[in-house]
Design a binder for this molecule. Structure first.
Ligand SMILES: NC(=O)c1ccc[n+]([C@@H]2O[C@H](COP(=O)([O-])OP(=O)(O)OC[C@H]3O[C@@H](n4cnc5c(N)ncnc54)[C@H](O)[C@@H]3O)[C@@H](O)[C@H]2O)c1
Length: 272
């Protein structure tokens, strides 16, 4: 499968680092015109620096209506159209529930939920107004939305809200030929190195238990996002696409399974 986004305009939020930065490159390399958006001006400049053409940028905050609208307006102004909006920007501060500050909770929801809503609304309006055919909106969630993970009360629940929101958006925008889906990454290697000590220790224990015994690469998330942004996903709508190497469904298989339960000797053949 070869992605060709020639002539298409793509917004990527959260483009100053991590998965967003990688997506700017992969969409650009597949021929797209890319608007890279983030509130971190320095990181954004670093992301865009290698590209001589077809990449524009805007420093904006997705959590307020003016910021979200300015991103969409800039894309239309720079490229004359909007075909794909990837709502990747998020914040993920962790804190114990009993200590969590209400300001942190509100910020997580303002960026992860309100920001996704505002971007989806602004992008949907622009696509309809501009007569976009085969519009695509890809929202972001996380594997943690489906499990109880200590310290993730605000983040995990905000990501679950995005999955629910996406289902509603998918239904409401389908009549306009705009497909809305969610990408739900598992553990992806996006952290600048060296890792903070507690994170390094935690990951050192966790990674060997993952089914593939490794973290995912940002490119592996970008490829699925590109599929959902492409014409190949024409019958995928309102779905949650997990990019987690099976981390959400189990832990690494450690050893050969030998059933030594004598009740099943008649099944396993040990009896004979
Ligand atoms: N990295 C992982 O392991 C992982 C796992 C599960 C889900 N995800 C999801 O993937 C996406 C990207 O993750 P990442 O690790 O690359 O994130 P990251 O923290 O490395 O980068 C997020 C970017 O979003 C930007 N941002 C934050 N708030 C913003 C706002 N209000 N307006 C504009 N920009 C803002 C930040 O400045 C930053 O550049 C997120 O939606 C995250 O929830 C990541």
């Amino acid at each position: 499968m070869q992605f060709d986004f020639t002539g298409k305009a793509v917004i990527t939020t959260g483009a100053a680092r991590g998965i967003g930065r990688t997506m700017v490159k992969t969409f650009h390399d597949a021929g797209a015109m890319v608007l890279a958006a983030d509130r971190d001006a320095e990181g954004l400049a670093e992301t865009c620096e290698p590209f001589e053409e077809r990449v524009a940028s805007i420093v904006a905050d997705i959590s307020n209506p003016e910021g979200a609208k300015s991103i969409v307006d800039k894309c239309v102004e720079a490229f004359g159209r909007l075909d794909v909006c990837v709502n990747n920007a998020a914040v993920a501060p962790h804190a114990s529930l009993l200590e969590e500050r209400v300001e942190v909770w509100d910020t997580v929801y303002a960026v992860n939920c309100r920001g996704t809503f505002l971007m989806t609304q602004a992008a949907g309006r622009a696509m309809i107004e501009g007569g976009t055919e085969n519009g695509r909106i890809v929202n972001f969630s996380s594997g943690v939305s489906k499990r109880g993970s200590a310290g993730a009360a605000a983040y995990a629940s905000s990501r679950a809200a995005v999955e629910s929101f996406t289902r509603v958006a998918a239904i409401e925008l389908a009549p306009y030929d705009i497909l809305v889906n969610t990408v739900s990454p598992g553990l992806i290697d996006t952290q600048p190195k060296p890792l903070p000590p507690r994170m390094e220790e935690g990951l050192g224990k966790r990674i060997p238990t993952l089914p593939l015994a490794r973290a995912g690469e940002p490119e592996e998330v970008a490829w699925v996002t590109m599929f959902l942004a492409s014409e190949y996903s024409s019958y995928v709508c309102g779905a949650v696409w997990e990019v987690d190497g099976a981390a959400g469904i189990g832990t690494r298989a450690g050893h050969k399974i030998i059933d030594d339960d004598p009740r099943y000797d008649w099944v396993t053949g040990k009896e004979s």
